[in-house]
Design a protein around this ligand. Sequence first.
Ligand code: PMP
Ligand code: GLN
Length: 383
Amino acid sequence: MISRRLQPFGTTIFSEMTRLAGEHGAINLSQGFPDFDGPPEILAAAEAAIREGDNQYARSMGHPHLVRAVASSLRRHHGLNYDPDTEIGITSGATEGIAAAMLGLLEPGDEVLVCEPVYDSYPAAAAMAGASLVPITLRFPDFALDADLVERAITPRTRMLLLNSPHNPTGKVFAREELAALADICRRHDLLVLCDEVYEHLTYDGLEHRPLAAFDGMRERTLRLSSAGKTFSVTGWKIGWAAGPAPMVAALQAAHQFLTFCSATPLQVAVAHVLETLDDTFYRDLRAAYTARRDFLAGVLTEVGFDVAPCQGTYFLLADFTRLWDGDDLSFARHLIETRGVAAIPPSVFYLSAKEEGRRLARFAFCKKLATLEAAAERLRGT
Ligand code: PMP
Ligand code: GLN
């Protein structure tokens, strides 16, 4: 019954691993969602919005309060200026933003350059738009970008670059020189750019996240996506936003109005409230808490024999298990659930061309309470 466009994608690895974790009573370090609530302010604001009657359809492009809050947050954190009425659109999570952007901006047959491993919704969204992804492989453990590979992957059908930084699942934050090289390629080949920056506030060790839209000549060709899920630990709310030049936002909106029309009104109001009111301490504490969780889990994984890649951002660790297991990543993930009671993501599904790169790796999410990570540590140590 499933259309030919979607048949190749099956069930997402996140649903699959979370189901397996549940079946085996495993500690779930697979799907990236916090096992704690977001700040009390956001929960209270949602309750208040529901009680106060913000319960009907919102303006399709986004609640007026939220588009203004997003515009001022982009100015405050990144020095980016967007007109809230025409240059910002609210979507149901970044997932809808990715799909709506591709449906609104691409023609069938278009090619989209992307760094692999790729987030799993990208190939499916491209397929829905009749476009295809052209992967540039980032290799364990430093995932350095080879700009020559990008240049060589360009064909007359290349229309867009899709860039995710901070990058899931590698934990890489693209360096200024890498971004400058990409910006140069995009300008010379007149490419559109879709930036997935959902982990914009999760960078560590003093590293700054730099939006590609801030580079010379990039604002006019870049649509930048983010969402409330990671920053405010409310992944189930699915409130995302797109910012870009008016024609690009209009293209996204052309699809968004028929995909969902609008996102949950009271949740938009609550996100607007925290974007406006949480001060720098919130963002600093968020980074500090995740740094501690990262360091703890990376330490344990190293201690039990994994080779762990450095994690500069996001809440994921990618680790090579070759010293511990002979088989591929799928068999290792299954083995870990069954014998240790810990679930991780087998990342070969995120590689489109260099699948072998993912077959020796496992991705662990550290967006969990320290107590959860400590319990996982005991299991991994076999104590
Ligand atoms: N992009 C990346 C890189 C992600 O890791 C995720 C998922 N968490 C998303 C997009 C989807 O974000 P949302 O939950 O806001 O749809
Ligand atoms: N982004 C989350 C992750 O990478 C999962 C989101 C989802 O389940 N679709 O783990």
